[in-house]
Write a new protein. Structure first.
Length: 324
């Protein structure tokens, strides 16, 4: 396990399940990928701000401690992915790990579902992209380097905070900040195309961290960067402010509240996000400007992700390939 300090008080419950399908197809113009793969439901990292918390409620569970302590493991994920690759309809599209919960949360250290799925992608030359804050990814750096040489791999490390004390409040069981920057360095040295995700930006808490976060990520080898604004949909709002009140100074919590309301027209949540959020509120416009200026200064996002890359042709499974 990767946390610092004592373990959580709530007992961990892990349920192994047989999923009916493993790829989720996205049709929303606000999400920049088509297919995603999530080997796990729920996430041990326990991030107070996580937008995916509400998905646990569709399972009849809670968005609070249930989300981070009642976890489901899709033990047949690698088998299902190979079945997808065997279908004539599959054209070798990029697969994003993960669109919902972290594919490198601590459970991956023992279950190795993400690793096995990546091995299938390597075997069939299928491109992937990964978004994570989990240190377990360091185990798979050699594997990702091999895949990067024959297809394509893009890894984004989520690093929204500079202060590890703030990280422990907002992301209590995720990897320490220094380990994430070190992961960026190691991935870059292995030939993997990397970026940094400043997600979420919490106005009044980490918007002032943007210049140094981007600078350190660039020094570690990041070529790309993106950010997103905090979203407090449904029960996420209650979890976020409960954790913030327990771990941050009251004046800081008040500052965060006022800053969010300033950008949301007096509300704590607005269902608009992605490109539709651009330019909403003067403060957000200033944050966007700061981000864009720093990216330009550092040479980040000078090209689109994947631009100019030559990808190997997807290798459809055959009897001979199955023996390889």
């Amino acid at each position: 396990m990767e946390w610092l300090g004592p373990p959580p008080e709530v007992e961990l419950e892990v349920k192994e399940i047989e999923a009916r399908s493993i790829l989720s197809k996205n049709d929303s113009p606000d999400i920049p990928f088509k297919f995603s793969l999530n080997p796990y439901q729920g996430c041990y990292h326990g991030c107070a701000y996580c937008y995916a918390r509400t998905t646990h409620q569709y399972l009849g569970l809670g968005a609070g401690t249930d989300f981070e302590r009642k976890l489901m493991v899709k033990i047949n994920a690698p088998t299902l992915l190979r079945e997808v690759f065997a279908k004539p309809s599959w054209q070798g599209d990029e697969i994003v790990f993960s669109g919902n919960t972290d594919c490198y949360q601590p459970l991956e250290a023992s279950y190795r579902l993400t690793q096995q799925c990546l091995e299938a992608c390597l075997e069939h030359h299928n491109p992937v992209a990964i978004i994570t804050k989990g240190g377990v990814i360091q185990r798979d750096i050699a594997l990702l380097g091999k895949l990067a040489r024959i297809a394509s791999v893009h890894v984004f490390l989520t690093i929204p905070f500079l202060d590890d004390q703030v990280r422990r409040v907002m992301e209590p069981f995720a990897s320490p900040i220094e380990r994430r920057f070190e992961t960026l360095r190691q991935l870059t040295e292995a030939g993997v195309s990397c970026g940094v995700s400043l997600a979420p930006i919490i106005p009044g808490l980490n918007d002032s961290d943007i210049p140094e976060l981007l600078s350190r990520a660039r020094q570690a080898g990041a070529r790309y960067a993106f950010m997103s604004l905090l979203r407090l949909a449904g029960e996420v709002k209650d979890v976020f402010f409960e954790r913030a009140a327990a771990g941050l100074h009251p004046e800081r919590v008040e500052k965060i509240t006022h800053a969010i309301q300033e950008m949301r027209g007096g509300e704590l949540y607005d269902p608009r996000f992605g490109q539709r959020m651009r330019g909403v509120g003067k403060r957000w416009a200033m944050i966007e400007q700061l981000f864009d200026i720093q990216c330009k200064r550092l040479g980040l996002n000078e090209e689109r992700v994947g631009q100019g890359e030559t990808r190997a042709t997807f290798r459809r499974p055959t009897r001979q390939l199955a023996l390889w």
